[in-house]
Write a protein that binds this ligand. Structure first.
Ligand SMILES: [Zn+2]
Length: 463
């Protein structure tokens, strides 16, 4: 029984870990690597294992850095089942279509420039046809229901409290009469998040494979964040500026709208238009409405008392590129929320290109930014950035709000591991920067947990 970890190791994007038990090879997630274009493309084109040798995928949640390479896996010869929750299957469908669309669309734009420079055109990593071939392989299941995915492996999806449909995987593996309970956290969320239920905490595990995105830090309390956000919005509104918010279309976007809606309703920030510039947002909203099985009690209460709990009445959705372009000419103040979350692709690039060089405007970073992404460079305060191959001076105010993150902080991660009645004998730390992963390893070890490792990319660990 062994686990080989790929890509999101001492790093955060591209999660693909292969669990081999007896005859079965199961893949934990199949994420897209994000970062500098050339390097990430190379890694996304060449998967680190033979796709035909994988029997099934166990998918924790739909975020592209966990699901976005599934079409490449299928293109490479995978034909097994993709097990996940029902909401994850629905969200993955729109995200994968969107990812293929963005790749084809961005490449068209990039290739136009390449042609001018006399360079050969690039091919997309996968196309919409590969996505269409992937969707029939999804095998959605209910939370908390044990599914036997092969003779050697059974899996139960447990609430991870991260985005709609997100789960941690509880795996029961049997090999030559040896039994192991393996828990793979996927991305863990936080308790008391709007809409979603709290994180399920497992009672026991032999092996824990845990994320460590915020393994080195603690989040600020929520009311503190609301005040900081209110000040930031008020100041930008005074300058009549635009606030650009790069955000994942599913999850983060809904959470920011929910918070802005609350601040406007209580007059803590002036009312101003909110544009959600993402062709995905309407479908995402429909998916939220289609999956009440994922709601917490508070959301049920809100549905009974507020007929607009997501704040939809304040929002304008821009579906077409022409509508999106109109926002350039429209005077501020306004808030534009647009994907992608790390500013690596999608419409947000056009908004940044048009707005980042004016002192009036502001960029609000609400999620984790991986190394070498445009989002990270903005957070680091670079005075100029490259977008679509051109340089733009950064004069807009850039502020990071890490607390919007739907990720557990270091206290939550420690509690997840040590709160078990029978703590894991082996803990494998993935999905975090090297510094965050090592910090979490240190804390867990100091608190008495034995067998904690931070593996290297491609390392195989006997379980
Ligand atoms: Zn995620």
């Amino acid at each position: 029984m062994k686990l080989t970890v790929h890509d999101a190791v001492r790093n955060v994007t591209g999660t693909k870990h292969v669990l081999t038990v007896g005859e079965t090879s199961a893949l934990f997630d199949c994420g897209l690597v994000q970062g500098p274009r050339k390097e990430s493309e190379r890694r996304n084109r060449n998967l680190p294992f033979a796709p035909g040798g994988i029997d099934c995928v166990l998918l924790s949640h739909a975020h592209v850095d966990h699901s976005g390479s599934l079409p490449a896996l299928v293109k490479g010869g995978f034909s097994g089942r993709i097990h996940c929750t029902k909401a994850t299957a629905d969200i993955a469908e729109i995200l994968l279509r969107d990812t293929a669309y963005i790749q084809e669309h961005d490449l068209k734009y990039l290739n136009k420039r390449r042609r001018k420079r006399g360079e050969p055109a690039l091919e997309p990593v996968y196309t919409m046809d590969d996505v269409e071939a992937t969707l029939p392989l999804f095998a959605p299941v209910d939370y908390n229901t044990r599914v036997q995915v092969s003779r050697d492996i059974a899996v139960t999806f447990r609430e991870a409290g991260h985005i709609l449909g997100s789960a941690s995987l509880e795996i029961d593996a049997v090999e030559a009469h040896r039994r192991r309970r393996i828990v793979f956290t996927g991305d863990l969320g936080r308790d008391d998040m709007p809409i979603l239920r709290d994180v399920y905490r497992p009672k026991s595990a032999d092996v824990l494979v845990t994320e460590s995105t915020y393994g080195a830090r603690k989040h600020n309390p929520a009311d503190h964040v609301a005040e900081e956000l209110a000040v930031f919005v008020r100041e930008t509104a005074k300058r009549r500026g635009k606030i650009i918010v790069p955000a994942f279309a599913v999850g983060r976007t809904q959470r920011i709208i929910y918070m802005l809606h609350e601040l406007m309703t209580s007059n803590r920030i002036p009312s101003m238009p909110i544009f959600v510039d993402s062709p995905l947002a309407i479908s995402a909203t429909e998916i939220f409405q289609r999956h009440p099985e994922c709601y917490d009690e508070e959301m049920y209460d809100l549905l009974r008392s507020d007929d607009d709990p997501f704040g939809f009445s304040r929002i304008t959705y821009t579906r077409t590129a022409a509508e999106s372009k109109k926002l350039n000419r429209r005077p501020g103040p306004m808030i534009i929320i647009s994907a992608s979350g790390m500013c690596e692709a999608g419409r947000v690039l056009h908004h940044l290109k048009n707005n980042v060089s004016s002192r009036r405007n502001a960029v609000m970073i609400v999620g984790y930014q991986a190394r070498h992404t445009l989002g990270r460079r903005l957070v680091e305060g670079m005075d100029k950035v490259r977008i679509f191959g051109e340089h733009y001076p950064v004069r807009a105010r850039v502020k990071a709000f890490n607390e919007f993150s739907a990720h557990a902080d270091s206290d939550d991660l420690v509690e997840f591991a040590l709160g078990m009645r029978r703590v894991p004998r082996r803990t494998i730390i993935v999905h975090g920067s090297e510094q965050a992963s090592l910090a979490l390893a240190r804390r867990l070890t100091e608190n008495g947990l034995a067998g904690v490792t931070v593996p290297l990319d491609g390392e195989t660990i006997e379980l």
